[in-house]
Design a protein around this ligand. Structure first.
Ligand code: PLP
Length: 391
């Protein structure tokens, strides 16, 4: 037996363990200090009422002879796929339920989708980036090219004719930078992908944070995208499902490569390796798309976005360069006075007792930058901003 040696090429992720260690050391020496974290990458508000009620009703249904459900359809129940079709229709994107695959979250499918692509494809990934894209391709042994996201392009890299790739990752609104592509920019990516027969893997995990109607929330709002893009969505940040686990992946019928429909391959892959998302969870997810549920989750998103606004306004007053903070829960700032990401981390921890995430943990272009998140409590965020202004 031989192991998959590609795993040995993975870099250990020291980012969050190093943060925890630094914070623990500081707390030990300064037990009286009140530390506020703006590094939280998880939602903090509870599930909305409509979702809880729907899941409770589903639990009760499962306890009856008539209502009990065993294995469900691998692709997801029709009621949820229909609800998602209606959700997209509101933005004039028409989908067929057979193009929607219910998942246990975007992370799984972003990695699993690679099963249906040949290993000799070249992959193009932005730097800095959500680390799962890089690691899942290293595990498979694919060649990775990086596209630079930096201050010069407002952390929104555009197609570069000199970088030829087959699989292109785009995340908008972006984690970690909070940057959001506009319609023209996404159109350029779609045109480029079609011109070189590449596929775009579009991560829309934060689409629900987009408030500006001019900004696309789905890649399928862009002409031609159904011919060259798979979209990954998640209810994690949209509706607080990080612990409940539900998302969906859209594989349009028009996606045809090597004379083969990708939808067919992905269906085959899912029916072989996946047994679907629990019925109870799918009923909860359905409630997210109901009128009542959607109004409730909008309130939670508005709460996080107001937090982001408080952070952004403070940074603007201090004349700190940043992107994000609008249409996104993330704020990506340039460390003041040329500090490195970790120097700024230490500076904030020691002088303001505030924690964030060093940008260098997301790729080489993250050096000198810092991520703040708006998922915390309002009062704490306001207090953290007062402390930042002071120092
Ligand atoms: N994509 C991005 C950009 C994320 O930031 C995250 C989670 O933080 C995910 C995907 C994973 O989401 P899920 O909880 O649906 O697996």
């Amino acid at each position: 037996m031989r192991i998959n040696k590609n795993y040995l090429d993975l870099q250990d992720s020291y980012l969050f363990s190093r943060i925890s260690k630094k914070v623990a050391d500081y707390k030990e020496k300064n037990p009286e200090k009140d530390i506020i974290s703006l590094g939280i990458g998880d939602i903090t508000l509870p599930l909305c009422e409509a979702v809880v009620r729907a899941m409770q009703a589903a639990v009760a249904e499962m306890g009856t002879k008539e209502g009990f459900k065993g294995y469900g359809p691998e692709q997801g129940y029709g009621f949820l796929r229909q609800a998602i079709v209606r959700y997209y229709q509101k933005r004039n994107v028409s989908l067929d339920p057979s193009e929607i695959f219910i998942s246990d979250g975007a992370k799984s499918d972003l990695g699993n989708i690679l099963d249906i692509f040949s290993v000799d494809n070249v992959v193009l990934i932005p730097d800095p980036v959500y680390p799962a894209y890089v690691d899942s391709n290293i595990m498979a042994g694919r060649k990775i090219l990086y596209m630079d996201a930096n201050e010069g392009n407002n952390f929104l890299p555009m197609p570069d004719e000199s970088l030829k790739a087959d699989i292109i990752y785009i995340c908008s609104p972006n984690n970690p930078t909070g940057a959001v592509y506009n319609r023209e920019q996404l159109q350029a990516w779609v045109d480029y992908a079609i011109s070189c027969n590449a596929i775009i893997l579009f991560d829309a995990a934060y689409e629900a944070f987009i408030q500006d109607n001019e900004l696309p929330r789905s890649i399928y709002e862009i002409d031609g995208a159904k011919k060259c893009a798979i979209e990954f969505c998640s209810l994690s940040k949209t509706a607080g499902f990080t612990g409940v686990r539900c998302g969906y992946t859209i594989v349009p019928m028009e996606l045809v490569y090597d004379s083969t429909a990708l939808n067919k391959l992905w269906l085959r892959r899912q029916t072989t390796k996946f047994n679907g998302v629990p019925y109870i969870v799918q009923r909860g997810a359905e409630a997210v798309f109901s009128e009542e549920g959607y109004a409730q989750i909008r309130q939670n998103i508005a709460y996080y976005l107001e937090n982001a606004k408080i952070i952004s306004e403070t940074l603007r007053e201090m004349d700190v360069w940043f992107v994000g903070g609008k249409n996104s829960p993330y704020i990506w700032l340039k460390c003041p006075t040329g500090m490195t990401s970790w120097e700024y981390f230490d500076y904030l921890l020691e002088n303001a007792n505030v924690i964030g995430t060093p940008g260098s943990g997301f790729g080489k272009n993250g050096e000198g930058f810092f991520r703040l998140t708006s998922f915390g409590e309002r009062q704490k965020i306001a207090e953290a901003m007062r402390r930042l202004s002071k120092i």
